[in-house]
Write a protein that binds this ligand. Structure first.
Ligand code: TXA
Ligand code: MG
Length: 342
């Protein structure tokens, strides 16, 4: 199919909404990553999402709304939901609650719950409002690839697979929304994101962290969020996370005898690595303390390293607090838990 490229003008957003009304697929920007959207209440349209993405059909989709008060139409809300909504919505958070029957089983991957998200991005909110229906949307990458955070990455994955793409430039946050499941008087973190455990605790919530957040699941492990069991974010070359000083990393790479390598590293270390490993390609990750920038750049850098056939890509193992936990969660998956202690 020919993919239309649309902008954020009223005329183009109306066009995008008309495509959704006809059961079509529209990729749209959000503050986290681009989403591959269809009418969440239209089973055929939702099935087309799974096909376009090459996604297993037991992996449920988040539904996106433009007005928090619409949440009650699609799920059974409670006081914790409203506390979360008041504190963090619109914004980069998804809340999993018991679903109402209006949400087809195919949208929620056969589960009795559904994830609800109200994006902050102006283009996303305007587009969803014009659609007048909830928008089911996974990240707009081909299954297994890093989520797309700019128009070029969306275009590479989705051109000719969807009816239209709304070009909204670069996504601000760069990693997907925080996902929490509400259970009685506590929440369970299923996927970490920009809204951190500390942010959730600061509004008085008790937060449990699902096992899969810090681990990569093995065959047969019990899983709370189906997406956690699939291979994710993997660049083409093997990715190794290094845990130790830059000096020891250089020695490790020298000892490996590999010359065709890429190193993702903090700005402060670029000069040193360049002087010691003149053949390595260096990808800047931002300043060491600036985790927001690391999150913003991570998926872009993983895709950038695919442009050459490196023997190995090295990246620093992030810490696991604050936004660091979201980076840790994505990076151990991208590296298939390949961590080198130096
Ligand atoms: O930031 C985001 O959340 C982006 C943008 C487009 O909104 N969307 C996104 O969707 O990342 P996706 O499908 O790529 O990742 C959603 C994850 C999957 O791992 C899925 O298994 C999980 O959320 N999920 C969805 N509904 C769920 C549910 N009812 N219970 C547990 N996990 C759920
Ligand atoms: Mg995804």
């Amino acid at each position: 199919m020919k993919t239309e490229i649309l902008s954020n003008t009223a005329e183009d957003l109306n066009r995008a909404a008309a495509i959704i009304g006809n059961g079509g697929l529209v990729v749209f920007p959000t503050e986290t990553v681009y989403g591959l959207g269809a009418d969440a209440t239209n089973e055929e349209a939702v099935k087309a999402i799974y096909t376009a993405k090459g996604r297993p059909s037991d992996n449920p989709l988040i539904i996106h709304i433009s007005d928090i008060t619409d949440a009650d139409k699609y799920c059974f809300t409670n006081s914790i939901f409203y506390l979360l909504a008041e504190s963090f919505m619109p914004g980069p958070i998804t809340v999993v609650l018991p679903a109402k029957d209006i949400v087809p089983l195919v949208t929620r991957g056969g589960l009795d719950t559904v994830g609800i998200r109200c994006p902050e991005n102006k283009i996303a909110a305007d587009f969803i409002r014009r659609c007048g229906v909830p928008i089911a949307a996974p990240s707009a990458n081909l299954s297994g690839s890093p989520s797309p955070t700019n128009f070029y990455h969306v275009f590479m994955d989705m051109n000719d697979r969807v009816d239209a793409v709304i070009n909204g430039g670069d996504c601000d946050v760069g990693i997907e929304s925080t996902i929490v499941k509400v259970e009685d008087d506590s929440v369970t973190l299923l996927r970490p994101g920009k809204i951190t455990v500390e942010d959730l605790e600061s509004i008085g919530l008790r937060v449990k962290i699902a096992d899969a957040v810090k681990n990569v699941l093995k065959e047969g492990d019990k899983v709370l969020s189906p997406g956690m069991k699939y291979k994710h974010y993997a660049p083409k070359a093997p990715l190794v996370l290094y845990d130790g000083s830059i000096d020891l990393l250089v020695k490790h790479i020298e000892a490996s005898g590999k010359h065709n390598v890429a190193v993702i590293t903090y700005d402060e270390d670029v000069e040193y690595i360049n002087s010691r490993l003149p053949n390595a390609d260096i990808f800047c990750f931002g300043k060491k303390e600036d985790e927001k920038t690391h999150a913003h750049l991570l998926f872009k850098l993983l895709r950038d390293t695919d442009r050459k056939n490196y023997d190995m890509v090295y990246a620093p193992l992030p810490g696991d607090v604050g936004i660091g936990l979201a980076l840790y969660n994505r990076m151990i998956r991208a590296a298939a838990h390949n961590i080198v202690k130096l």
